[in-house]
Ligand binder design. Structure first.
Ligand SMILES: Cc1cc2nc3c(=O)[nH]c(=O)nc-3n(C[C@H](O)[C@H](O)[C@H](O)COP(=O)(O)O)c2cc1C
Length: 277
């Protein structure tokens, strides 16, 4: 339900200028009107931009509309230094990531833009040690089956010329398997938490939305001193295994695709430098 308070609306027309669905119709000497409010995508621009609080939207309660404190925003230089200093720091210790940090990382992910504000990104956090081991085992298991198949003599003869790069990875996969046998978790880099960003299978912008959310979350992790690593091995394995199996291993909703997976943990140390890119 949307309405514009005729008494407090100052006809500034800002809501009309920002609405992506062209809903508000504001004319100087006329009562504010709404054109097809049913097509609203609930992005909240209208309520956020209204200087007098005249724009009332059923999707946003008064306590969910916040004034922005621009005095605490990072300077461009400060933000740039954060971006430059972000690293996939793999020196993960056994110290768990504080709950408050995990909450802030997820909140940062939720504020990323989504196509048509559809907000289909689902966040699922894994912190239980047995569940983490399950993900590691499923990933290494997948890659070992793949490597063994690739190394079958007839397969190797046919496939190697076409998949040279993939064949070059086989020794590294074997080494990872050896590490796994010794109790390490090479695929998840010994992370103590995994954040799975998934979206419904049929949703066309799942990859984009999940990875934009990932980047928001990764910068928040960096600012909190939490290490994050993109879990490419895990994501590839889960993707290749299919939605059903992946949903079971990762604990995400049925019919969801895991488009991005973030490994999290407390690093043993921080880097004092960054290199130019
Ligand atoms: C799509 C993607 C997949 C990745 N997969 C892995 C992975 O499986 N394991 C890992 O340790 N790092 C992985 N990374 C991290 C990259 O290796 C890392 O971002 C890159 O080397 C640059 O280093 P930086 O993140 O410290 O700047 C991945 C990164 C991306 C973007």
């Amino acid at each position: 339900m949307i309405s514009i308070n005729n008494d407090t609306c100052i006809r500034c027309g800002k809501c009309q200028r920002v609405c992506p669905a062209f809903i508000p119709v504001i004319c100087k000497d006329e009562v504010p009107a709404l054109r097809h409010p049913e097509v609203c995508i609930e992005c909240g621009h209208c309520v956020d931009v209204c200087p007098t609080g005249a724009y009332i939207h059923g999707a946003f309660a008064a306590e969910d509309i916040h004034a922005i404190d621009r005095s605490i925003l990072p300077s461009p230089e400060g933000l740039m230094e954060l971006i430059r200093s972000r690293r996939s720091n793999r020196t993960i210790t056994s110290t768990p990531v504080p709950r408050h940090s995990l909450d802030m990382i997820q909140e940062a992910a939720r504020y990323a833009p989504t196509a048509q504000n559809s907000r289909q990104v689902h966040l699922h956090l894994i912190t239980d040690d047995e569940d983490l081991l399950k993900v590691e085992a499923a990933t290494i298991g997948f890659f070992m089956r793949l490597a063994r198949f690739m190394l079958l003599p007839p397969v190797k003869v046919i496939m190697r010329p076409f998949l040279r790069k993939l064949y070059d990875e086989v020794p590294a996969l074997m080494a990872m398997n050896e590490q796994f046998k010794k109790g390490q978790r090479p695929c998840i880099c010994n992370c103590t938490a995994l954040l799975i960003l998934s979206a419904p299978k049929g949703y066309s912008f799942g990859a984009q939305d999940c990875n934009l959310a990932y980047q928001n979350a990764s910068l928040m992790a960096e600012s909190l001193g939490v290490s994050q690593i993109y879990m490419g091995f895990v994501q590839t394995a889960m993707f290749m295994m299919g939605c059903k199996r992946a949903a079971k291993v990762l604990g995400i909703p049925k019919g969801h695709k895991p488009w991005a997976i973030m490994g999290l943990g407390m690093p043993a140390f921080k880097y004092p430098k960054y290199t130019t890119r």
